[in-house]
Design a protein around this ligand. Sequence first.
Ligand code: 13P
Length: 256
Amino acid sequence: MRKPLVAGNWKMNGSRESVSALLNGLNSGIAQTGGEELTGKVDIAVFPPSIYVQQVADVLASSTISWGLQNICAEEKGAFTGEVSVSMAQDFSCTMVLAGHSERRSLFGEVDADVAVKVERAGKAGLIPVLCVGETLEEREADKTMEVVSRQVKAVLNHVDAAALEKLVIAYEPVWAIGTGLTATPEQAQEVHASIRQLLVEHDADMATRTRILYGGSVKGSNAAEIFAGPDVDGGLVGGASLSVQDFLSICRAAD
Ligand code: 13P
């Protein structure tokens, strides 16, 4: 049985004040509504902007919520101005990192090979790499969804050895559904998730059974339950709605 994971990607949003309010709200919301019951059934994580990770680590030190970075450098250390390494993430008790988010790919020029190295670095260090994949609207309309997603997934499977993929999580985020209010239908999501699972089966059957595949793209409290109902949908990667305590908690409950 795969334990669902609901993760909030805050992107480049927040301030010390709002981070504090959001985290305290999440902690007390979880505690008030039978916290252990919820976190026993659903893993919950947040991905703050890296400059706030110390604050997040302080506030969540005794919480069941995990945290991680939205991106890490493909290099280990040295002259890479502006970058943050895997070991720095671990220094602040991060347990997860996102790799290959579509905004990193489209706005910052990350290609499959970069993403594969980042997944490898995170996985080798014992972190949970969350590999983000997904097609653009143009690609979907040209019937290229699985061609694109399969290329993105295989770039990682073919580059990274099994041990570093032990904790891999994949997030399917159709680019056309991110921040647009458009969501894949539960059928569209399940179809792609099942195809991703099949790619994993062909690579390593055990890994296919344990790897969590999250859906991301305009997930809200009102649509989460029906999307998460798909047998291959193991939770969600949430952008906008993760900035609201109530919305994020209702999505977490929907994954229960
Ligand atoms: P939204 O939930 O705002 O569409 O963002 C999804 C996303 O990109 C999460 O990584």
